[in-house]
Design a protein around this ligand. Structure first.
Ligand code: FE2
Length: 131
């Protein structure tokens, strides 16, 4: 059973979906069960994916991907960043190649963690242990 905010991918056509509200059924696309994208938190490869937090001006929060900026090339880039509070998505930003892999969130709204989705390396999560 899918859980709220889980992200699933179809390995056949490449559809990526996020569960808004959970139900009992199995998620299927192209006649195959969809793959749950697990939130990775430890980067063992050279490119850095785990979202990191910085204090901005006026209480704003800057979420960066990652410690070293992730590439933002047409073939390999961060497609979106989501910022969470207690059990809820506060904001989501979609990104395009050539944009900076970061998200300036207006004011600190009790941010607990952030996730990002890399088109090659999947879903990553970083805790807000700065603010
Ligand atoms: Fe990547």
């Amino acid at each position: 059973m899918a859980k709220q905010f889980e992200i699933y991918k179809c390995e056949v056509c490449g559809n990526v979906i996020e569960v808004l509200f959970e139900g009992a059924g199995e998620l299927v696309c192209c006649e195959e069960p969809m793959t749950l994208m697990k939130e990775k938190t430890v980067d063992e490869i050279k490119e850095k994916h785990v979202p990191v937090f910085e204090k901005g001006l006026n209480g704003n929060v800057l979420v960066k991907v990652g410690e070293i900026p992730h590439p933002m090339e047409k073939e390999h880039y961060i497609q979106m960043i989501e910022v969470f509070g207690e059990d809820n998505i506060l904001e989501r930003k979609y990104l395009l190649p050539e944009q900076k892999p970061e998200f300036l969130v207006k004011l600190n709204q009790g941010i607990t963690h952030a996730r990002e989705y890399c088109n090659i390396h999947g879903l990553w999560k970083g805790e807000n242990n700065v603010i």
